[in-house]
Design a protein around this ligand. Structure first.
Ligand SMILES: [Zn+2]
Length: 365
């Protein structure tokens, strides 16, 4: 039995209506070890954590076709801006590297973009943000060049309609938000892809970026970038529903959101650590199984042969790895046994031994 101090009991009655009504001592004795995990002074906090990992059944809104009001960049106006060099470079790369059909949000926002520096934030970890409603980038630190291209990509992939902020793969209405994790990961992926030559800040949103990269391998780069720049989360869900259920897709998105919020916690409570472990495992299994389903489909349609299928599955599984290390904490991602079993089941052949050998000789952590 867990003995609780007075302080802890006080906190429980403070934060939980249920516990105020009953004899706490009796309750504790009747609880199973699993439930005891919750019977700490963090009961409310832990309950909220649990709730956070549940798929958010906030409605994923239909995206509307974004049209550019005009397709001109007012270079004179940009030249008069304080951070003109960075914005000019952004405009140059967007015009040269990004297809025209992906530039509607960019054209709608670039000319009236406002940049506010020396802003104050109570959150120490926030460097900068972009608000589509105000079409403004706020800087909380004076190191503009470390964050500018990431924020400009948010600008080029956002619009605001009917009180909903559509930003890349994120949708926000009031305090409800979905897709932040995947959106931040993909924004950073594109920052490094297109602005790696000038961008100073690397190593942020690493895990989210890894998830977004794997998702892009399933969806395809051209489609994924198009959906991102047109802020079309709905289309991403529809695309993935060719290979997995809508509930699983939402669960995946909610899991990456949860990881995004908590992964930087270097000293997680046991419950948070368990939930992070579960979310990390579930996201990896989701990606692996979705990719596998897509390949199986191609195999059935003779678009690929079984040898290529096996090679691709193995490479994908190895890129997900068996563990993910966050700070000093190791989380399991996929088990080698599971991978080998699944591959042999899907391909219905006897290559199990070889794959295990390959995986063991190419550990990826
Ligand atoms: Zn961001």
């Amino acid at each position: 039995m867990i003995k609780l101090s007075n302080k802890e009991q006080l906190n429980i009655s403070d934060s939980s209506f249920l516990f105020e009504q009953i004899n706490y001592e009796t309750l504790i004795q009747s609880l199973s070890p699993i439930v005891l995990l919750y019977a700490t002074n963090r009961v409310y906090h832990d309950y909220m954590l649990q709730k956070e990992t549940k798929p958010k059944y906030v409605k994923i809104n239909d995206n509307f076709e974004v049209e550019a009001k005009n397709k001109m960049v007012d270079l004179k106006k940009i030249a008069a801006q304080k951070y003109n060099y960075a914005i000019m470079e952004f405009v140059r790369v967007m015009n040269n590297k990004i297809p025209k059909e992906n530039l509607n949000n960019f054209y709608n926002n670039i000319n009236e973009l406002k940049i506010k520096d020396n802003c104050f934030s109570i959150k120490n970890s926030v460097f900068a943000d972009y608000d589509v409603k105000r079409n403004s980038i706020r800087l909380f630190r004076n190191d503009f060049f470390t964050v500018v291209y990431h924020e400009l990509l948010h600008m080029a992939s956002s619009n605001y309609k009917n009180k909903i902020r559509y930003s890349g793969f994120r949708q926000t209405k009031g305090s409800n938000s979905i897709g932040e994790g995947i959106n931040e990961g993909y924004t950073q992926l594109l920052t490094e892809r297109y602005f790696g030559h000038v961008n100073e800040l690397k190593g942020i949103y690493e895990y989210e970026m890894h998830m977004a990269k794997k998702l892009e391998e399933i969806v395809g780069q051209r489609k994924m970038e198009n959906m991102y720049f047109n802020a079309n989360l709905k289309k991403l869900v529809m695309e993935l529903s060719n290979y997995s259920s809508e509930d699983d897709i939402k669960k995946f998105i909610a899991n990456v959101d949860f990881i995004n919020v908590h992964i930087k916690n270097t000293n997680p409570t046991p419950l948070l650590k368990n939930l992070l472990a579960r979310s990390i495992k579930e996201t990896n299994y989701y990606l692996f199984e979705t990719y596998l389903t897509k390949l199986k489909y191609k195999l059935d349609n003779n678009e690929i042969d079984s040898e290529l299928c096996q090679k691709l599955v193995t490479e994908f599984a190895l890129s997900l790895g068996n563990t993910a290390k966050v700070g000093s904490i190791k989380y399991e991602t996929l088990s080698v046994d599971y991978i080998t079993e699944t591959i042999s089941q899907i391909l219905n052949n006897n290559e199990k031994k070889q794959v295990t050998k390959y995986a063991k000789n190419n550990p990826k952590v």
